[in-house]
Design a protein around this ligand. Structure first.
Ligand code: GTP
Ligand code: MG
Length: 203
């Protein structure tokens, strides 16, 4: 896809605040600090369109980015951040639950995991839930630039095996630093935007 325009549309804390112009959406999900915002920036060749931080829990709302006025990338708030109150965590869960389950515009979910940590318990919960909702989902294992060379293959194979077992998810190795996987991810996003049936992405 050739990007001709991109723009931050706004942050959403309640579902009634969703953008008035409805377009297909690609959502980026993952635990706090995993690199969701960095990945969106790397896809768009921007440094700071999506706000990133070394402090976890930076993205607390759904952030909408309009691409070519054709679809939205939605940067979801990260889960698993320990330092939020019970109340806030509950609010986050409700927002995400209603966003994902009552939204016909979502064409696919890019589920981001840390390639060094693999699929954690919370990632697994999220994947099970995405499966249940029958949302087309691609697992992206990011920060591969941080993997020790000697272990990279083994770690990625283990992630692939687990993702397959969890629900036939494909895994794409990625790095927002080296941009490895970027072309493949764009291809998958193009594919998701064209998908009409709710099946998992095979690559
Ligand atoms: P929250 O908004 O808090 O949920 O975090 P996030 O998932 O949006 O993570 P963010 O993109 O803010 O990145 C968190 C940290 O990881 C930052 O310090 C980034 O520079 C770093 N980071 C993100 N992606 C990569 C990557 O591919 N490689 C390396 N080495 N660092 C990365
Ligand atoms: Mg973020």
């Amino acid at each position: 896809m050739k990007i001709t325009s991109m723009q931050f549309v706004g942050s959403v804390a309640k579902l009634w605040q969703l953008p008035k112009t409805r377009l297909p959406e690609i959502a980026f999900s993952g635990r706090s600090n995993v690199g969701k915002s960095s990945l969106i920036n790397s896809l768009l060749n921007r440094k700071k369109l999506a706000k990133t931080s070394s402090t976890p829990g930076k993205t607390r709302m759904l952030n909408y980015f309009s691409i070519n006025d054709v679809f939205y990338m939605v940067d979801l708030p990260g889960y698993g951040y320990a330092k939020v109150s019970h109340k806030e965590r509950h609010a986050w869960k409700r927002l995400l639950e209603s966003y994902l389950s009552k939204n016909d515009y979502i064409k696919g979910v890019i589920q981001i995991i840390d390639s060094r940590r693999g699929i954690t318990k919370l990632d697994e919960e999220m994947l099970n839930w995405l499966s249940f909702l029958e949302l087309p989902t691609l697992v992206v294992a990011t920060k591969v630039d941080k993997l020790p060379k000697s272990k990279a293959r083994h770690l990625l194979q283990a992630i692939e095996k687990e993702a397959q077992q969890l629900g036939g998810f494909s895994v794409l190795p990625y790095s927002s630093v080296t941009k490895i996987g970027k072309n493949e991810l764009w291809k998958s996003i193009d594919g998701l935007l064209k998908l009409t049936d709710n099946s998992q992405v095979k690559n």
